[in-house]
Ligand binder design. Structure first.
Ligand code: DX5
Ligand code: ZN
Length: 226
């Protein structure tokens, strides 16, 4: 499989949950990953979907699943998503006291391991853990709800992470999540992100597949060195 330089991951949080399989198929040939937001009404106030939905969706699409766990006690639940065939399983740094141990569990269950940092969490304490991870998800909003306004100041964390990843020659995706749309994706790409979650900007569009392609083109154009 060739690895695309810029990943676009539509978030099904903004899709019609009564027609999930159709909504996933609508981006099947345009998206790189499918972003699945799992919220437990404890780590964040919102409640979405869990393992049974991920298991059912796994059967209807070839897209790799990028599972974003906004839950408490990820050590208990995260490996189940790897077992269900998720490509990447991301859990929150704020919810886990031993992120490296959980990353190891996820990798041995056959998934990529992702570490997420929420709006108010500094990135610096986590930089030294990054060799254990495949994905670093930097929230560009406060985690919990779709459709929020992008916070450009949070791109400072992306810049810091990009510098660290490049200077350490780490193999790691830097993913941004929250308020990513045609008017914000270029600044995120220029800051050094190379994976982009988009909910409203994809599923709020008349043609979700075309919205994905448009976002990718903008990100590619704005990427450093492009
Ligand atoms: C929010 C979720 C996001 C959400 C993004 O906590 O993690 O993935 O779906 O939605 P938009 O793109 O609408 O900001
Ligand atoms: Zn998310």
């Amino acid at each position: 499989m060739t690895v695309p330089p810029q990943i676009v991951a539509p978030s099904i949080l903004a899709a019609d949950f009564a027609r999930l399989a159709d909504e996933v198929r609508a981006v099947e040939h345009a998206a790189d990953w499918l972003h699945v937001d799992v919220m437990d009404n404890h780590f964040v106030p919102n409640l979405t979907i869990g393992l049974p939905v991920v298991q059912s969706l796994r059967a209807v699409t070839e897209l790799p699943f990028d599972v974003h766990l906004m839950i408490e006690d990820p050590r208990r639940w995260a490996p189940g998503y790897a077992d269900a065939g998720a490509y990447n399983v991301t859990f929150h740094a704020e919810a886990c006291d031993d992120p490296v141990a959980l990353a190891k569990d996820l990798r041995s269950a056959g998934a990529k391991a992702g570490l997420a940092v929420d709006r108010d969490t500094p990135i610096e304490p986590y930089l030294e853990l990054l060799p254990s991870f495949d994905t670093l998800l930097i929230m560009t909003i406060k985690a919990g709800f779709g459709g929020q306004r992008f916070i450009p100041q949070l791109l400072d964390k992306v810049r810091t992470a990009r510098e660290h990843v490049d200077s350490g020659h780490l193999e790691l995706r830097i993913e941004v999540d929250g308020g990513i749309a045609a008017d914000t994706i270029e600044q995120a790409a220029a800051a050094g992100a190379d994976a982009f979650v988009a909910g409203t900007a994809v599923y709020g569009a008349d043609d979700p597949a075309e919205a994905v392609r448009r976002l990718r083109a903008l990100a590619e154009r704005a990427a450093p060195g492009a």
